[in-house]
Design a protein around this ligand. Structure first.
Ligand code: TNX
Length: 554
């Protein structure tokens, strides 16, 4: 470039920056998920700039952290740096943002944002509610570098429809490290979610350090290769694995808790256990040898529950798991557990005899044996103040109604479970398996499990069936989408699978069904995606512009 044109270019760039800084850009509270109410107030706009402070109640550590997070978010999104300060004096509110706890503010995670020319108040009954208000304010800001942002005077209020608003992440089929999991947590926080269901053990790897059984990760954490594509005969032959140390887990649990996200660990049992069997073959019915799986599907080799030693193993593992995860819930899996080994195993048959289990209708003695095993685990955890979640297969095993059920083989098992008195989390394959394709036109997509769960299908999902009794409806406590990672090998692919479908899920989790509107959601989604871009997250852009199969066919 010659000198005069270089000079002109520099001048133009400087001019553009000055214009951006001088521009009066306004916030828009119509974010995703849409708050329950946004009411304008007769007042001038509030001017958000570096003169503003963030007040939080003196001595409240959670609110102090909330204030620091708000400061960080505002700076990330707009470039405006806000200092924080402890204060309980209402006169400090003038010209500033004030975070406060107010017992009158809606539900536990509900929030209220009051904006006038004089100041901004974000209140909630709990610090978790205030954090949700912070997310809404963060998402309403324009993305860029500004000196001042105008906040229109308004009262914004919301309260989530469901208390359990989850995302699941499988760190077994492919392993993802601490930073990736933390970023997943960040993405969840932006979407107002509060439960991370963390899948840590399976046939293809054991990913949580257990001090008492070091071979679980030393041996079970590694496989000798991975099949290419959908269980092709070709295996890449590359040793693959990894695991989280207990220190790393504690760090991640704390990181999530700071964002009001509870991590629910899943130790899948008695099936999906080949990695553990490889490390300790005596835990199986045949005694092995076993090999950590390098392909996908359902393995016949599961835990031998005829041996007392196996029960002791499970309790020992859960002891360490409970130490690491403060969550009231522990997920104990229970899915896809074939019983062919138990049918042949003298010890399992002996157990069936000893307890006196007999085939009842369409429940085999072996199915009831899984029920017995699950109940043992459930009692063990209950004595320690914990509750179990299991996959909907548990409904066929005569398990006590205090077990919470995850409905994955459609929404019907969940409806039945709720009628039978179980708490239920809805996570049906259609449309909440985010390892499925997002379009039926898959030729140009990264390899996925199969299926077709479009953005619109996710948006339109209604977790509470009309036919349920009022009591059963109360048992539907939450909604979650699952990301299994057989075909997801790296972080950008994780993000591609979940974004923007998480945005649609967030409206299912937060909004009342009659308030939802897909066309309106799509208009609001554009700004949320600007935030994705700003953070450098990968997402499926085509879901924004094309309606895919939701378009009328010609
Ligand atoms: C079924 S959902 C499974 C997982 C697979 C998933 C693939 C469930 C309880 N089990 O093991 O990864 O399908 O979509």
């Amino acid at each position: 470039m010659n000198r005069p044109s270089h000079f002109i270019a520099t001048l133009l760039m400087a001019l553009v920056s000055v214009m951006a800084l001088g521009q009066n850009v306004r916030a828009d509270y119509r974010v995703v998920p849409l708050p329950g109410s946004i009411n304008g107030i007769k007042s001038a706009d509030f001017k958000l700039n570096e003169q503003c402070l963030i007040n939080y109640p003196t001595g409240n550590r959670d609110m102090e952290r909330n204030a620091m997070m708000l400061s960080q978010y505002v700076e990330e999104v707009t470039g405006i740096h806000l200092s924080t300060r402890p204060s309980v004096n209402a006169k400090d509110n003038a010209g500033n943002i004030t975070l406060l706890l107010d017992p009158k503010t809606g539900s536990d995670e509900g929030y209220s944002i009051l904006v006038t020319a004089r100041g901004v108040e974000i209140s909630g009954k709990t610090p978790a509610g205030v954090f949700q208000g912070i997310q809404t304010l963060r998402k309403s800001l324009p993305v860029g570098a500004y000196a001042t942002v105008l906040l229109p005077a308004a009262q914004v209020q919301a309260s989530p429809r469901f208390g359990y608003r989850g995302m699941h992440l499988d760190c077994v089929r492919h392993f993802f490290g601490v930073e990736t999991v933390k970023r997943y947590i960040d993405i969840m926080a932006l979407h107002g979610m509060n439960r991370l269901h963390w899948h840590l053990t399976d046939d293809q790897g054991w990913r949580i350090e257990i001090k008492k059984y070091p071979r679980l990760t030393e041996v079970g954490g590694w496989r000798n290769g991975t099949t290419l594509g959908h269980n092709s005969p070709v295996n890449d032959g590359i040793r693959y694995g990894g695991y989280f140390t207990q220190d790393q887990i504690r760090d991640i649990v704390r990181y999530a808790a700071d964002r009001y996200i509870t991590i629910i660990p899943e130790i899948d049992m008695p099936g999906h256990m080949v990695a553990a069997l490889t490390a300790y073959p005596e835990l199986g019915c045949t005694g092995g040898p076993y090999e950590v799986w390098g392909r996908w599907g359902v393995a016949d080799d599961i835990l031998c529950v005829g041996k007392d030693h196996t029960l002791q193993f499970v309790k020992d593992v859960l002891d360490e798991v409970m130490q690491l995860f403060p969550s009231e819930y522990i997920h104990i899996g229970g899915d896809e557990s074939p019983r062919v080994r138990w049918q042949e195993c003298p010890l399992c048959q002996q157990r069936i005899n000893d307890i006196g289990l007999k085939t009842q209708g369409n429940q085999s003695a072996e199915a009831l044996l899984q029920g017995w095993f699950t109940t043992q685990v459930q009692h063990y955890l209950a004595q320690r103040g914990k509750r179990i979640i299991g996959w909907d297969e548990l409904l066929g095993c005569d398990v006590d109604a205090s077990a919470t059920i995850m409905s994955w083989r459609g929404a019907e098992p969940g409806a039945q479970g709720a009628m039978a008195g179980h708490d239920v989390i809805m996570t049906p394959v259609g449309p909440l398996y985010f390892d499925y394709y997002q379009t039926s036109s898959t030729w140009n997509e990264p390899t996925a499990f199969g299926g077709c769960n479009t953005l619109k299908k996710v948006y339109d999902f209604e977790p509470v069936a009309d036919g349920l009794t009022a009591e059963a409806k109360q048992h539907i406590i939450g909604v979650q989408a699952n990301l299994w990672t057989e075909y997801v090998t790296c972080e950008p692919q994780i993000q591609y699978q979940v974004l923007p479908r998480m945005a649609a899920l967030a409206e299912v989790q937060w909004m009342q069904p009659e308030e939802k509107n897909y066309a309106d959601f799509k208009t609001r989604l554009t700004h949320l995606v600007d935030i994705y871009k700003h953070y450098g997250w990968t997402y499926r852009a085509k879901s924004l512009v094309l309606e895919d199969e939701d378009k009328p066919k010609d």
